[in-house]
Design a protein around this ligand. Structure first.
Ligand code: ADP
Ligand code: MG
Length: 588
């Protein structure tokens, strides 16, 4: 039932190419039937050999029958090639449509979702899951039509030849097959799912592990994080063993059933003939002994195909896990924000629908002000910034820009209103020029160069072989974290959005770089509404308003002087910070 619905789902996205897929099944089945014709000629050859005439009078027949067998075998192959040509074309179209569907949905999803979902998983869905359905349609389904047609054709053939021997050879094979299928069926599907999940986990952990290597090295947590990766490998191993175990018993049983066929055939031969075996009967018996294994091989093929069907089931399930995600509601009647102020009214947010990470936060930032979010790690600063850019929608309350709920601002306009300098601004593998141009696709070279200059990037360009045209990320051209962030700032400068959010990079090794990033950032923030997520308190001294965010709530707010006088959380953080700076200076 389920497999059927998978197939009809796949065919539904095929459009007109559906008929190609159908054609491939028909051709493949026909090819299987044609492939049986040579058996008839082989039988005739065998008959002639057995009725061997000393004068070779039938030698001509012998060769002719041999050639006929070859001819039909070739025709069968040609028809099968035709089937594959149809199936490939259909499969490619279906997989392409699936990829497009998932990509279209991903584009419509909240921007923050990729991080939430895990980029490894996402890549797997867009690439591997669609590829799995493609192979399934291109090879496995025609193969299945072929595998089903073969025993059906043979069944007719065997029963017509000699129904008694036919029954003797077929009953054990079919019975064995049916029992095996019932034995494996559901349990196997469950095991298969677990196995796939464990495989997934393992590749995700591997990605995380590799990604985390710099952090791991810095903090000496090698053993801890490697353990997670290793645990995932262990879990995978457990499921692989469970899965193959599940297969072992039925396979053994089935092999036994096939051997039973041979015993039954020989016993049958003796019973039917009452011990006196005729030459004709011997001939039939030989023929059956040759043909029965073919049935069992095709049946085994069908069984392994059901494994493939499970893989596709799983792939479609993954694809649906993306297609079923709720996109951010489309803006029906877009409104234009009136100025660059930011307001949050009783905002509640949770990533998983259970734990609130933002608990009833309200704040108001007038246009043109600079504010800072400070507080312990995990308090919710980044999440808050994400909500302002509408990477996610809050479950309660409103986020407003220029007095308009962000839900009512057209996506394009929202993007042009808010810039986000991420903690790790990744640059893409392209020239610096192209990287900056992303901020404003129609910018001229002069505009880009001006932005780079304002973002204090002159020294970076000077040391690069081809200046702003140097492609970064290749041929040993790598930039430090601080340098990358300055280029990211140039990009945001070029975009020139009235609201800027900066998730400050935690720490840069070179103090020289740090002061340049500071300078670049203060240029960028001139005349703009700025929200800084500050990790170093030295940068918040001059801001208009500081919000201390702890455990999803604002626990203190005010100017730095007010907060210091108040002697609350902020002043304690400040003292800690001072000591750590002094300690650092003393150490150097
Ligand atoms: P901060 O920026 O102040 O360090 P975050 O906003 O990153 O804090 O995190 C706030 C809380 O939300 C933390 O408990 C964190 O574990 C959780 N969190 C952050 N991002 C995600 C996410 N993508 N999915 C689930 N939980 C998250
Ligand atoms: Mg953060």
């Amino acid at each position: 039932m389920k497999k059927r619905s998978n197939l009809s789902r796949l065919l539904a996205v095929a459009g007109g190419h559906k008929y190609l897929t159908y054609a491939s099944w028909v051709l493949s089945a026909i090819s299987a039937l044609i492939a049986l014709v040579p058996f008839y000629y082989i039988w005739k050859v065998m008959q002639e050999v057995l009725t061997f005439a000393p004068d070779f009078s039938h030698a001509q027949n012998l060769t002719r029958n041999g050639w006929m067998a070859v001819l039909f075998a070739v025709i069968a192959v040609l028809v099968y090639i035709g089937a594959l040509m149809c199936s490939h074309k259909g499969a490619f179209r279906i997989a392409t449509n699936l990829r497009l569907q998932t990509m279209e949905r991903i584009v419509k999803l909240p921007l923050g979702f990729a991080e939430q979902f895990g980029s490894g998983r996402l890549r797997k869905i867009v690439n591997e899951s669609s590829a799995a359905t493609e192979t399934y349609l291109a090879h496995q389904l025609p193969d299945r039509a072929n595998a089903i047609a073969t025993p059906c054709g043979l069944l007719v053939l065997l029963l017509v030849f000699d129904w008694r021997l036919g029954l003797l050879s077929l009953v054990p094979v079919l019975l064995g097959f049916l029992i095996m299928m019932t034995m494996t069926g559901k349990k196997m599907q469950e095991k298969m799912k677990e196995y796939q999940n464990a495989l997934d986990d393992m590749s995700n952990e591997a990605v995380e592990y590799v990604r985390g290597i710099p952090v791991v090295k810095t903090f000496g947590q090698t053993i801890f994080s490697f353990k997670k990766f290793k645990d995932s490998i262990d879990r995978y191993k457990v499921w692989v063993i469970a899965y193959t175990k599940q297969l072992r018993a039925p396979m053994m049983f089935y092999t036994a059933a096939i051997n039973g066929v041979f015993a039954a055939l020989i016993a049958g031969a003796l019973i039917f003939t009452g011990g006196g075996v005729t030459k004709d009967f011997l001939l039939d018996l030989m023929f059956y002994i040759i043909i029965t294994p073919i049935i069992s091989v095709t049946l085994t093929r069908i069984m392994f195909q059901s494994e493939n069907a499970m893989i596709v089931d799983d792939a479609l399930h993954r694809i649906d896990s993306v297609l079923n995600l709720n996109p951010l509601a489309e803006v029906a009647q877009p409104e234009h924000p009136n100025g660059a102020s930011v307001q949050l009214n009783h905002v509640h947010f949770s990533y998983d629908g259970k734990n609130e990470v933002i608990k009833d936060i309200s704040l108001s930032i007038p246009a043109g002000q600079t504010v800072a979010f400070v507080g312990p790690s995990g308090g919710g600063k980044t999440t808050l910034a994400n909500l302002i850019c509408r990477f996610f929608d809050p479950q309660g309350g409103q986020v407003k820009i220029g007095g308009v709920n962000v839900k009512n601002i057209a996506k394009e306009e929202l993007m042009n209103t808010v810039s986000f300098v991420f903690q790790n601004s990744r640059l893409i593998k392209a020239s610096i020029l192209e990287n900056v141009r992303m901020g404003k696709p129609d910018a001229t070279r002069e505009e880009i160069m001006a932005a780079l200059h304002n973002a204090q990037c002159d020294d970076i360009l000077e040391k690069l072989p081809r200046g702003a045209d140097t492609v970064i990320g290749t041929k040993g051209v790598y930039l430090s974290g601080g340098e990358q962030q300055r280029i990211a700032i140039a990009r945001v400068m070029l975009k020139n959005a009235p609201i800027v959010i900066l998730d400050e990079a935690t720490a840069f090794a070179e103090p020289d770089n740090e002061s340049r990033v500071q300078a670049a950032f203060s240029k960028l923030s001139q005349g703009k509404t700025v929200i800084m997520i500050a990790h170093r308190l030295s940068t918040v001294a001059g801001v208009d308003q500081i919000y201390v965010i702890e455990d999803g709530q604002i626990t203190e707010s005010g100017k730095s002087r007010e907060l210091l006088e108040k002697g609350g959380v902020f002043s304690r953080m400040w003292q800690d910070y001072q000591t750590s700076v002094q300690w650092k200076v003393a150490k150097e």
